[in-house]
Design a protein around this ligand. Structure first.
Ligand code: PLP
Length: 440
């Protein structure tokens, strides 16, 4: 028995499924999750001493790689001043200023964001954003897209991606019908369906929430003009547009997926952005932000309540500021280069084994859909029709070759600025065997 197997047996006795987030479980691919004891740069090491090149990156936060010197130093410095005060700190303001500045630097039609509220998880950010949209518009219904994941908010768990998709759940037990009755789920990349919903419920829809680019049913690229079309429709029908950049924010570009695409789509901006993952560089923090007139609806100035004992935690804020400060243009160029190199190599390896596939990308974020052909996938129905079962053999072959990937075909591949030539070579040399395994 390996050490990880022993530790997993032990954890299952006291932790449901042995994991504290279902996406970490190996239920859909089989086997035992390695217990990680250490991470540095592009590598993670398990309790048995195996070192892997990491393509999970803590599910997104590790943009700079693990244990980045400046981030660790910033946290050490913050620790020396105390762990949490439950009071205002200058760091919170600095992080909010950094977010506002980075977004507005990519805005082509005047400021896109004025204020930011810091919370502790992406789930809180999206939960608060829909409450804020409802409070601001005085309307109840929201539109979400099938296959998009916005965290484990009751109202947003209908046909959600990520772990819900991996475990083939339609939603979640324990979520009442009343909670989801106000959630209208429509197919992704389908503006006609959005218009139909608006026409069916005139004056009732508070917001459309969308992942900036869906990355939780595997990556699905928004079709040309899709996000801009959502902006137009929400404006036409008096609803807010909530742009969930928890995963893509400050990863797809220095201003997220929005920064990568909005300028060439007329410079539109959503009403509310949500951020997470990279803005904490591995510490628990997330945020929502938008124009002042909307954000001021939040308590204490406005009637929409939201709070958090650990919101704006000084250690998380310190890690976030250091991460964003070090997420330079070179960092994004390096990740973009590594991503395009890897996509090419994955494609070549799968082609060599005759495995039909398409590589779906949103900037440097990508995933592989098996059995879909050139046209790829446009929505959750396409994803469900793909040959996702091929991922199991692919995944285990990669793991055996020392590459740690998400145990689900519906998650993105995360690269970091620390993925140097040695790490990339290890991944690339693992691909032929993995492609062969996927073919069989
Ligand atoms: N929104 C998106 C797009 C996400 O990918 C996630 C998490 O993966 C969330 C929201 C929820 O974030 P958290 O897991 O921090 O609650």
């Amino acid at each position: 028995m390996t050490v990880s197997e022993e530790l997993f047996e032990r954890s299952q006795r006291v932790i449901p499924g042995g994991v504290n987030s279902p996406v970490r479980a190996f239920n859909s691919v089989g086997g035992t999750p390695p217990f990680i004891v250490d991470a540095e740069g592009p590598y993670v090491k398990d309790a048995d001493g195996n070192q892997y090149v990491d393509l999970v990156g803590s599910w997104g936060p590790a943009l700079l790689g693990h244990r980045h010197e400046a981030v660790i130093e910033a946290v050490h410095t913050a620790v020396d001043h105390g762990l949490s005060f439950g009071a205002s700190t200058v760091g919170e303001t600095e992080l909010a200023e950094t977010v506002v500045d980075r977004i507005n630097r990519s805005a082509t039609n005047g400021p896109a964001i004025d204020q930011v509220r810091l919370v502790s998880t992406g789930t809180e950010a999206t939960m608060t954003s829909i409450r804020l949209a409802r409070g601001y518009t005085g309307r109840d219904k929201i539109i979400k897209f099938a296959g998009c994941y916005h965290g484990h908010v009751d109202a947003l768990l209908s046909e959600a991606g990520s772990g819900v998709a991996t475990l083939s759940l339609p939603g979640s037990a324990g979520v009442t019908q009343a909670t989801t009755a106000e959630t209208i789920v429509v197919p992704y990349n389908d503006l006609d369906a959005v218009r139909t919903a608006f026409e069916k419920y005139p004056g009732e829809i508070a917001a459309v929430i969308t992942e900036a680019a869906p990355c939780n049913m595997g990556v699905v690229t928004p079709g040309p003009g899709f996000n801009a079309g959502l902006r137009e429709l929400t404006r036409e029908f008096g609803a807010l547009m909530i742009f969930d950049e928890v995963l893509t924010g400050f990863r797809a570009s220095s201003a997220g997926y929005w920064g990568l695409t909005s300028a060439e789509e007329g410079g539109w901006a959503p009403d509310i952005y949500t951020f997470g993952k990279v803005i904490g560089g591995g510490m628990p923090i997330a945020a929502l932000g938008g124009r002042r007139e909307i954000m001021e609806y939040l308590a204490p100035n406005g009637p929409v309540y939201q709070a958090g004992t650990l919101s704006g935690n000084p250690l998380s804020v310190a890690a976030g500021i250091a991460t964003l400060r070090n997420a330079t243009g070179q960092v994004y160029s390096a990740i973009d280069r590594a991503s395009s190199h890897l996509r090419q190599e994955v494609g070549a390896a799968l082609d060599a084994e005759g495995v039909q596939h398409s590589i779906q990308s949103a900037g440097n974020i990508f995933s592989v859909a098996f059995g879909t052909g050139e046209n790829g996938v446009r929505n959750y129905e396409d994803v469900k029709a793909s040959e996702s079962y091929r991922y199991t053999a692919f995944f285990h072959s990669m793991l055996d070759s020392g590459v740690y990937m998400a145990p689900s075909p519906f998650e993105a591949w995360f690269l970091s600025a620390a993925h140097d030539d040695a790490a990339m070579d290890r991944i690339v040399s693992a691909l032929p065997a993995a492609a062969r395994a996927a073919a069989s």
